[in-house]
Design a protein around this ligand. Structure first.
Ligand code: ZN
Length: 105
C-alpha cells in the first residue's frame, strides 16, 4: 500500500494522504508526532498519557522518504528519529480532534 500524494499544510498542521486506491486520510501533525514509534517516544509513552504529548502547534517541517517502506518526518520540535511505515500510517485513525476549524482574523 503506497500513497499517491502527501501534502502537508503548514497553516492548518494537517497532513493530507491520498492513497493509490483512492482512500484519503487527514492526520494532524501533532497527532503524528504523538504516534512516533522511535524507542525514545515509545518509552516516554509508557510513563505518560499519550494524549498529553499531542501539541496542536507542532508542525512537520520536512518529509524524507525511507526507501519504499515509509517516510521520516522532521518535526518543528527538532524530533526526527521516527520512521513511519506506510502500513502504519494507513492504520492510523485519529480520534483526537485538535482543532475543528481555523479562523484567520
Ligand atoms: Zn520519536
Amino acid at each position: 500500500m503506497y500513497p499517491d500524494t502527501l501534502h502537508n499544510n503548514l497553516a492548518t498542521g494537517v497532513l493530507d494522504v491520498l492513497w493509490k486506491d483512492g482512500e484519503r486520510q487527514q492526520l494532524s501533525n501533532g497527532f503524528l508526532r504523538s504516534q512516533c514509534q522511535c524507542s525514545i517516544c515509545r518509552s516516554e509513552r509508557l510513563h505518560k498519557d499519550a494524549a498529553l504529548l499531542v501539541t496542536p502547534e507542532i508542525r512537520i517541517t520536512a518529509i524524507q522518504p525511507v526507501g519504499a517502506y515509509g517516510v521520516q518526518f522532521v518535526f518543528s520540535d527538532g524530533h526526527q528519529r521516527g520512521i513511519f511505515p506506510w502500513v502504519f500510517i494507513r492504520d492510523l485513525d485519529e480520534q483526537i480532534r485538535l482543532v475543528s476549524h481555523v479562523e484567520i482574523v
